[in-house]
Design a protein around this ligand. Structure first.
Ligand code: F6R
Length: 253
């Protein structure tokens, strides 16, 4: 069941997301959160950080799992999602680094213990380990999502099976173009590790955020309630507790 929450603008989308996040960890200081990156959640993280400056919110026992990371980027690469998360959230709250999980897109973590495996084998093993960590520390209590113009959630591109677990995915051309602003010409990664759709659907509750006219078509398609693997976000109709927080520009008429 999707509940639509339509607000004025992207700042309000962010404040609403931040309110849900902080209420979640207020109710359960050991909450396990699924976290997105990209442009849409920036106001949410800014609002969380801002409120943490003036209110007392404790991240110490909060556990986080990011949805995705690019293949080939080291955690210190400025365009990696590791760097993004440090810059927008983790460097500003009292989160325990051992509670933070982001897929390793280099395969190095695996190769340190299994130097015999190829890069692709290491990435496969990384996905299995990530899924295992999710299983051991989960379940995810709330997973926050952005929405790709082609309906991707996480980096689950159109055609990804709804039964998918954490896996390596080839990014579509449209996703690479959308994310090329963060990279030098010709350097946008071709692949990513993403949490799968089945994994996302196991989250107790889900908050999808979308803002701006550029997301209107995707939001419209989601509102049509046709469930198809061609439009990954439509899997959310199979979940009992989804809130879609969108601004008027994205919601349209
Ligand atoms: C990123 C992610 C993606 C983005 C989506 C929208 O972690 O999971 O699904 O949420 O590509 O990106 P923005 O917000 O940049 O439009």
């Amino acid at each position: 069941m999707i509940e639509w929450i339509v607000v004025d603008d992207e700042a309000e989308v962010g404040r609403t997301g931040a309110g849900i996040l902080l209420d979640t960890i207020g109710d359960n200081p050991r909450a396990v959160l699924g976290l997105p990156t990209g442009k849409t959640p920036l106001p949410m993280y800014a609002s969380v950080v801002e409120r943490c400056r003036v209110e007392n919110h404790c991240f110490r026992d909060v556990v986080t799992f990011n949805l995705d990371e690019y293949v080939g980027l080291s955690p210190s690469h400025p365009s990696s999602y590791h760097s993004y998360m440090r810059a927008v959230l983790f460097d500003h709250v009292d989160v325990d680094p051992s509670n933070v999980h982001i897929p390793d897109g280099t395969g190095l973590r695996v190769r340190q213990v299994r130097p015999d495996v190829t890069l692709d084998e290491a990435l496969e093993l990384e996905c299995e380990l990530y899924e295992e960590a999710l299983h051991n520390r989960g379940p995810l209590e709330v997973t926050f999502l952005g929405l790709g113009r082609n309906g991707h959630i996480g980096f689950n591109e159109p055609g990804t099976p709804f039964v998918s677990r954490t896996h390596v995915i080839s990014l579509t051309e449209s996703t690479r173009v959308a994310n090329s602003a963060y990279f030098s010409p010709g350097e946008t990664p071709e692949r990513a590790i993403t949490v799968g759709i089945a994994t996302i659907l196991e989250s107790r509750s889900i908050v999808l955020m979308a803002a701006g006219e550029g997301k209107q078509e995707a939001v419209q398609r989601l509102r049509e309630v046709t469930i198809s693997e061609d439009f990954p976000a439509s899997a959310l109709h199979r979940h009992p507790e989804v809130r879609c927080v969108v601004d008027r520009a994205a919601f349209g008429r």
